[in-house]
Design a protein around this ligand. Structure first.
Ligand SMILES: [Zn+2]
Length: 110
């Protein structure tokens, strides 16, 4: 059976759909308290992302150390500190920092 070749863009669209679905499931598992399943879903989503060169949507956050999906108020703390968003994973204690200079600049332009 011949397999239809699809373009990289089509592949990325499919990948994005599946990654979003997996991340939704990962967050659901955090709510249910099943951390291991959440980690499994996140790693599957990451695998799809790597294979198709698709970055994860910005609003889907996960711990880069223990791979659990992060849901503010459930298993992570989000704080703003001197131009950085600090995300503290409450499952393993890892800390992620991301700058938010662009948003700050936009604010001062207004
Ligand atoms: Zn963690």
């Amino acid at each position: 059976m011949a397999r239809r070749r699809i373009s990289a863009r089509e592949a990325r669209n499919i990948a994005r759909t599946r990654m979003d679905r997996l991340m939704d499931l990962a967050i659901e598992e955090v709510r249910e308290g099943r951390i291991d399943r959440s980690r499994r879903y996140v790693s599957l989503a990451r695998k799809i992302g790597m294979r198709t060169n698709t970055p994860m949507t910005k609003d889907r956050i996960y711990c880069r150390k223990c791979m659990v999906a992060l849901l503010p108020g459930w298993n992570c703390k989000v704080r703003l500190r001197s131009n950085r968003v600090v995300i503290h994973c409450l499952t393993c204690g890892a800390i992620q920092r991301a700058p938010y200079l662009r948003e700050k600049k936009g604010e001062s332009d207004e």
